[in-house]
Unconditional design. Structure first.
Length: 733
């Protein structure tokens, strides 16, 4: 075997050319692809394996690599490089048009157009589009869409050819053209790393691969400087706002495979340009991305500004009289701890209310709002996600918005309308699920609160921190500078729920109680010993047992929450199984980036898209699929949003999602798989967060020792932030 490898290593690379018949697999993150290609001289399509940013059926490909025989999959061509070129044959053109590259044309009309006009179809679309209208089923509106789609393709054709030859796919070429216009090729050739900064969906790795193909020295300063921001952003994915300089230099040198001195010099250049900002944290020099530094400083400044006026914007309220009014007029009786909290709220300019499930946070907030509304106070309610905002609206009976919608994004300026210069028209801002607000969003929200207004943050600080960098709620509490009410008393009605009881047990480090055999409950633990058994029981539980016994709709009301995205019990694998089981018979489908979507599928938005007014974490149902036009319609809370095929990388199936993605949401029924294969993620706050997402039912399926490990394991995510110190410093002044 070793000799074989040495021999292959001395061979000249082979070349393969042919037409893409089918894309078997494509990983959007890595570009890894398995492609069936028709090659001259081969009776059957051959398997081409390699990295391609994007590839579509019908395209011509040229690949450089070697043939090999895989023990499991047989003969394959392993490509070191894959380049796609526009099709020239009628069959290739039909496949190309059918893939959705030109808006308004799908598989049916691709066939009709090629049958009618042959290989001259591109010329017809460009120079004689009126001829298209002579075909049955193609009216003026569709002709307009086809022409517009073709014009868009024509504008970026040169860019596409340039980028295709360097491994970048069609959809990203369109985005690049929209950003850079006619100067795209010149700008990218000068500095391909700008793509990672400017283009959504293109990261440093893709830009780095392009730079290598363009001949940019891997030891160049331009690469090192771009890599600094990438490494800092990667480290921020772990939640920290800053990184010690020595750690950054060491990590960047390893991740970029360059000398530490080159990294150190690049850091100095980035600091000089203001892209990276140094600051001392915990007695050590640390480095921030400029955006995170400004966000953290902005949060501290906003809190200090709001607390500068000691009195809230309403006239003094007698807490005793307010309690009597609540009891007589609203039939609300507060406990001693809630009564004390109400008094604090009525006299505070900024306040944090925290506590677990069943402790009366909602009752307290409703009481505060009811009392203050009598003072004709303008109140704004918000939460980080659409589900959290809707739940807040249901709980309070008052209008609540997502933070993004409250701040009103303006597509013209690509910024929020409400900010420090144009504050929100309110006297009191209440933000729920505050534990999941990261430092960047907190900065934008707090900056928009008027000087005179009061701020009330509500959340469970024991849940997982925000997905984005920072630990804003915890830092506000730990600073001691912001009045904080921690509710701990679990009320009788809540104690009757095993969901609430077990949530508090888990949070206290104790194993959850099991429901007595044969007795109705809202919390069930189902033992399973292998990942395969967990998979089988989970699919049956979601598709059959929960709908039959509890009446929940398996798609809209049952949510699987899993610790990880990858692996056999990760969100991706479980989504494939549940999609096939719950919606596998749907015929109309739109496939892109390795995913397939059909009407009826539950999906989740993966990134903020301000133009569409949908944001990371928003969940919806696919309500329409137009294979011909290459378009998808998704219903988000009774609002239909359209997606083109090129933008489907913004969506993912959502029958199963990660527990982190569930933050701020609540579901009628939650199913949680736990196994030792999740060991890297098994920790108390993760399980606690998952259990508290359920409103009426929790089913925990998995290995008992995995549950025990999660309950026992307290991973203190030591996020490096400077917000607490900034708040203390601002308060001291």
């Amino acid at each position: 075997m070793a000799a074989d490898t040495r021999k292959r290593g001395t061979q000249e690379p082979e070349r393969l050319a042919g037409q893409v018949e089918r894309v078997v697999f494509h990983n959007q993150d890595s570009g890894f692809s398995v492609i069936k290609v028709k090659v001259r001289g081969e009776r059957e399509p051959v398997t081409l394996v390699g990295a391609a940013a994007q590839i579509s059926a019908g395209e011509e490909v040229e690949a450089v690599g070697h043939w090999r025989v895989d023990a499991n999959y047989g003969r394959q061509f392993r490509a070191e490089r894959i380049v796609s070129v526009p099709p020239t044959t009628e069959a290739g053109i039909e496949r190309y048009l059918a893939s959705g590259m030109v808006r308004g044309i799908g598989p049916h009309f691709a066939k009709v157009l090629v049958e009618t006009f042959g290989s001259g179809i591109f010329d017809v679309i460009e120079n004689s589009p009126e001829r298209l209208a002579t075909l049955r089923g193609i009216g003026p509106k569709r002709v307009e869409r086809i022409v517009a789609g073709w014009e868009e393709q024509k504008k970026v054709r040169e860019i596409m050819l340039f980028l295709h030859s360097h491994g970048i796919g069609t959809s990203r070429a369109v985005r690049i053209h929209r950003t850079y216009g006619a100067e795209a090729i010149a700008l990218i050739s000068e500095n391909p790393y700008r793509l990672a900064r400017d283009i959504s969906g293109i990261g440093f790795k893709t830009a780095d691969e392009l730079a290598a193909r363009l001949g940019i020295d891997p030891m160049s300063e331009i690469r090192a400087r771009a890599g600094i921001s990438w490494v800092l952003a990667k480290l921020a994915d772990g939640g920290s706002c800053a990184t010690p300089r020595r750690h950054l230099v060491r990590e960047a040198a390893a991740m970029l495979a360059i000398p530490e001195q080159l990294v150190a010099d690049a850091v100095e250049a980035e600091v000089a340009d203001g892209a990276v900002i140094p600051a001392e944290l915990r007695g050590e020099e640390c480095l921030y991305l400029a955006s995170l530094y400004r966000a953290e400083a902005g949060v501290a400044a906003s809190v200090a500004r709001l607390m500068a006026a000691a009195r809230p914007p309403w006239r003094e309220v007698d807490a005793t009289a307010a309690l009597a009014w609540l009891l007589s007029e609203r039939r609300i009786e507060l406990s001693a701890s809630q009564s004390a909290a109400l008094a604090t709220a009525l006299s505070s300019k900024v306040l944090v209310i925290t506590g677990g499930p069943g402790v009366g946070k909602t009752t307290l907030v409703n009481s505060i709002l009811a009392v203050l509304e009598q003072r004709r106070i303008r109140i704004a309610l918000c939460a980080p996600t659409g589900r959290a905002a809707r739940r807040m609206q249901e709980a309070t009976g008052r209008t609540a918005k997502t933070i993004h919608r409250l701040l009103e994004f303006d597509p013209a300026s690509f910024d929020f309308k409400h900010n420090r210069d144009n504050p929100l028209p309110c006297d009191l801002l209440v933000a729920d699920e505050a534990s999941m607000i990261d430092v960047s969003l907190a900065n934008r929200l707090l900056a928009a609160v008027p000087d005179h207004a009061a701020l009330l943050l509500v959340g469970d600080v024991d849940q997982l921190p925000s997905v984005g960098p920072g630990r804003v709620l915890a830092d506000l509490i730990d600073s001691g500078m912001v009045p904080t009410v921690r509710l701990t008393e679990v009320f009788r009605q809540a104690r009757e729920s095993l969901i609430v009881t077990n949530a508090h047990l888990i949070n206290g480090g104790f194993m959850p109680k099991k429901s007595p055999r044969g007795q109705e409950s809202d919390f069930y633990a189902v033992a399973a010993t292998t990942p395969e058994e967990i998979q089988q029981r989970l699919v049956r539980m979601v598709a059959e047992r929960i709908p039959a016994h509890f009446g929940f709709d398996p798609i809209s009301e049952v949510q699987v929450l899993t610790p990880m995205n990858r692996g056999g019990l990760g969100a991706r694998a479980l989504n494939d199984l549940l999609h096939e089981r719950l919606n596998g018979t749907a015929k109309a489908r739109l496939s892109r980036y390795g995913s397939s979507f059909a009407a009826g599928d539950k999906v989740i938005q993966l990134v903020n898209n301000y133009q569409r007014d949908v944001f990371n974490g928003d969940m919806g149902i696919v309500v329409g699929v137009d294979e011909e036009a290459g378009e998808l319609e998704v219903d988000f809370d009774s609002r239909t949003v359209e997606y083109e095929a090129a933008d489907l990388d913004e969506l993912s199936l959502a029958y199963a999602i990660s527990i982190h993605k569930s933050q701020g949401s609540e579901y009628p029924a939650v199913v949680i798989p736990l196994a030792m294969q999740h060991y890297a993620m098994l920790e108390r706050r993760l399980l606690y967060t998952a259990v508290t997402r359920a409103k009426r039912l929790v089913v925990l399926i998995g290995e008992n020792r995995a549950v025990a490990m999660a309950v026992k394991n307290v991973l203190v995510q030591d996020r490096l932030t400077g917000l607490r110190e900034r708040l203390v410093s601002a308060g001291a002044r």
